[in-house]
Design a protein around this ligand. Structure first.
Ligand SMILES: Nc1ncnc2c1ncn2[C@@H]1O[C@H](COP(=O)(O)OP(=O)(O)OP(=O)(O)O)[C@@H](O)[C@H]1O
Ligand SMILES: [Mg+2]
Length: 253
């Protein structure tokens, strides 16, 4: 049995009268890739923001290695976030900063690194890892969407977090670029040993590499299991989700 690094227990989150999360339970095994799928607007990003601690649940607990982060004070939460990297849905880089400055940002802010040589070496290594060596001095406006995602990924893993959360890392990219981002996620997991949580509305593209699959539907996790279990499952909503995803891919071909 894998060690669980994150455990979400009965999490509720509403905005006004809109109940988005209605008792989410989820266990994230350490060292694995867990994918949360669900259609647009179901609350995947809201769930991720609760896990990172930038939104607080109305009810429920979220444990990071047994410590309930919903009860943490700000300082504690800031320290905990050093163990987490995240790539937001819009890969928000700071437009007024160069690539180098963007990647240095968490290294300086979170790790307190100050040594210029050390920072440059780390940035160069990260850019090599995401296969964009030498673009330190470029600005986000000079990069393609796919390149920006890669730089966002380099920044997300810069502090060598134990866990990285990717919110729709491939949405809006062409299939070849999407595939290369998938490959990077696999490297981050297999080579760097980081636990990955990936959010996706496209079950087909993650099926081949995710270790676990959790379907968020109507505010709850309707299904949670391995891709093999998902394939065999006769869960009605999951079946619909799988067949719709694969049908979409067929029609794109
Ligand atoms: N800060 C907020 N204030 C009010 N409503 C919000 C807020 N954040 C999210 N919502 C609402 O919560 C619901 C879920 O949003 P969320 O962004 O989590 O969806 P999602 O599953 O990530 O969708 P997508 O696949 O399109 O990214 C939406 O109806 C959204 O309008
Ligand atoms: Mg989202």
């Amino acid at each position: 049995m894998d060690n669980e690094i994150i455990k979400v227990c009965g999490v509720w989150k509403s905005f006004g009268t809109h109940e988005v999360l209605r008792g989410v339970d989820l266990s994230v095994p350490e060292g694995r890739i867990t994918t949360i799928i669900g259609k647009s607007g179901t609350g995947k990003s809201v769930l991720l923001k609760n896990i990172i601690g930038i939104l607080k649940p109305d009810r429920g607990e979220i444990f990071f290695e047994g410590r309930d982060l919903t009860k943490m004070k700000n300082q504690e939460l800031l320290e905990l976030r050093r163990s987490m990297g995240y790539l937001f849905q819009d890969a928000a880089l700071f437009d007024f900063m160069s690539v180098e400055e963007n990647i240095c940002f968490p290294l300086v802010e979170q790790l307190g690194l100050r040594d210029g040589g050390e920072l440059r070496r780390r940035v160069a290594r990260l850019l090599e890892l995401v296969e964009l060596p030498g673009i330190e001095k470029k600005y986000p406006s000079e990069l393609s969407g796919g390149m920006r995602k890669r730089v966002g990924l380099a920044r997300a893993i810069a502090v060598e977090p134990r866990i990285v959360l990717f919110d729709e890392p491939t949405t809006g990219l062409d299939p070849i670029l999407a595939e290369s981002i998938d490959q990077l996620i696999i490297r981050v997991n297999r080579e760097l040993g980081m636990t990955c949580i990936v959010i996706s509305h496209d079950i087909a593209s993650i099926f081949s590499f995710t270790d676990r699959l959790a379907l968020l539907y109507d505010g709850v996790i309707e299904f949670d299991g391995t891709p093999e279990e998902a394939k065999r499952s006769d869960h009605e909503i999951l079946r619909q989700f799988i067949s719709n995803s694969f049908r979409q891919i067929d029609s794109e071909r």
